[in-house]
Design a protein around this ligand. Sequence first.
Ligand code: F6P
Length: 357
Amino acid sequence: MKFGILTSGGDCAGLNAVIRSIGLYLLNNVKNAEIVGIPDGYGGLIRGESYPLRREDFEDILALGGTILRTTRQPFKKMTVAEEGGSRLSKMVANYKKMGLDCLFTLGGAGTHKTAALLRMEGGKVIGVPKTIDNDIYGTDVTFGFQTAVEVATEAFDRIFTTARSHSRVMLVEIMGNKAGWLTLHTGIAAGADMILIPEMPFSLDAVCDFVTARVNAGERCTMIAVAEGAQLDYEAKFKKEDRAFVRTELGETTVTRHLSEVITERTGAEARYSVLGYLQRGGTPCAFDRLLCSRLGGYAARLAAAGRFGVTVAFAGNKVTFNALADIAGKYKFVSPESDIVRFAKDIGISFGVNA
Ligand code: F6P
């Protein structure tokens, strides 16, 4: 059997650990398994590029950050648009056949799964593996790369806390996550943030400033705020996504963090500063939790392939490695519910979400 592997969308820690686990499972358990890597995600499939992966390619990559296969973002909405030589989808289908693949592993996030579901509808035998630091893939309790990003962001937050305390400042720490606030929520709780602002819970400037003022009046030395990249003001949330993006771009920014730190200083008199953690959260070696998760998800995906179970994405749910039909999860996201236990618990221990009760 011939197997292809690609990694698509934004990278994260653990991609190579999954590649390794798929490769080792196939080489150890499937007679005459032939494995090829497709470079640059769906980009390589559109161009029809692949190269052999051998046992030695899987050595020494368990702890390696990034992806040995490289990656690109290929917007889903462009997949079926007619272009020179046919749509990207028709090129991928043709190249899948030309490569003689019996199965294609697609390691990626929600967008990757949507495209994988299209390929499946065209007869491709695909198996997805859920990757993203955003942890927003429907049908799995956790995605690989998420926990590493939580660890990195938590360490950064801890460090920023000590300087905030020395200077008696309000510190805003911007954490990745445009649509979903999981990374900010977990980091905020793990690092002892006083306030957590996530896209799912639009915040009020009044509530944020009142909270900071109350802390200053109570003699607190500093205030630590975890701000998701996609955090939004309550009045912004009423705009359509495009209009919101337009207003932000007019102001010369894509996130609300700098504006918020200025407003806090103006309105409360407290000295506010901000730090954007950015790509630190995606780079580097996976933590032990992710190495284990990647090894289990990759091995399980390969086992499904060997058993001829296609059109699925593997998942970790209810403390078990399992799978979902691609058709059931493609296009769906998993967001933080403001009513969830974890949010309620955070509020119970005094964390503010910038929303007036
Ligand atoms: O991969 C997820 C993510 O890191 C998001 O948290 C973030 O909004 C986005 O990717 C950044 O994407 P890019 O790599 O295209 O700047």
